[in-house]
Design a protein around this ligand. Structure first.
Ligand SMILES: [Zn+2]
Ligand SMILES: [Zn+2]
Length: 219
């Protein structure tokens, strides 16, 4: 005779967790929970994830329990790592299939639903691509024009520095032609600079001192 426990000792039938499938604890069941506290974890980042709305959505749509951003990132990773190899051939094949379905006389409602959902997502994808392409183009244009402006600025600066020193030299020579004393003064300063290894300022100061004291003393 099978040994069945008396009804009073039978484990109370608590509902099972929607995430792990094991029975809930009495406390969790009494709170009308449908999953364990401990099961509220993002399977991607492993963080505690007490977001009933998103967890329900994950359960309803049969995606792993995960933050929206973690889930999106993982999808992008899959594309990058070619776990799901999205190639141009795939896109072309998809486009062909869409066109084929469009030409079908009597597509099934479920096919149409899938097609509609896919097309809507693709439409959004296309507008995002368009937006990013425009941004990229703008960025290229901006960096091009910035580089160009920088180049022109540098060239202009170098040119103006050269012409400033040229103009300065021309002006000096012109002034010296008009006033031979200036030439004599320049020669004297250059002579002091060479003889005593002075800076221009020191040479000018020395010359000024000599001029003030009535010029070099005649020995
Ligand atoms: Zn659980
Ligand atoms: Zn996460």
């Amino acid at each position: 005779m099978p040994n069945t426990p008396p009804p009073s000792q039978a484990a109370p039938a608590f509902p099972v967790c929607r995430i792990c499938g094991l029975p809930l604890s009495e406390g969790e069941a009494s709170l009308n929970r449908t999953w364990h506290f401990d099961c509220e974890v993002c399977t991607i980042c492993k963080c505690h994830f007490p977001n009933p709305q998103r967890i329900s959505e994950c359960l309803d749509t049969h995606v792993v329990i995960s933050h929206i951003t973690c889930f999106s990132k993982s999808k992008i990773e899959e594309i990058k790592n070619k776990v799901i190899p999205i190639t141009r051939e795939h896109v072309t094949a998809l486009n062909n299939q869409i066109l084929t379905m469009r030409a079908m006389l009597d597509p099934t409602p479920s096919d149409l639903e899938v097609l509609h959902g896919t097309l809507r997502d693709l439409q959004e994808c296309a507008s995002n691509v368009k937006f990013i392409l425009e941004l990229t183009k703008d960025k290229i244009r901006i960096s091009d024009s910035q580089e160009y402006a920088e180049k022109v600025k540098t060239e202009r600066k170098a040119k103006s520095e050269i012409s400033a020193s040229e103009n300065g030299r021309k002006a000096t020579l012109q002034a010296e032609r008009e006033n031979p004393e200036l030439r004599a003064r320049r020669k004297a300063i250059e002579g002091i600079m060479n003889t005593f290894n002075f800076t221009r300022e020191a040479a000018e100061a020395m010359l000024a001192k000599q001029t003030a004291s009535g010029g070099p003393k005649v020995q």
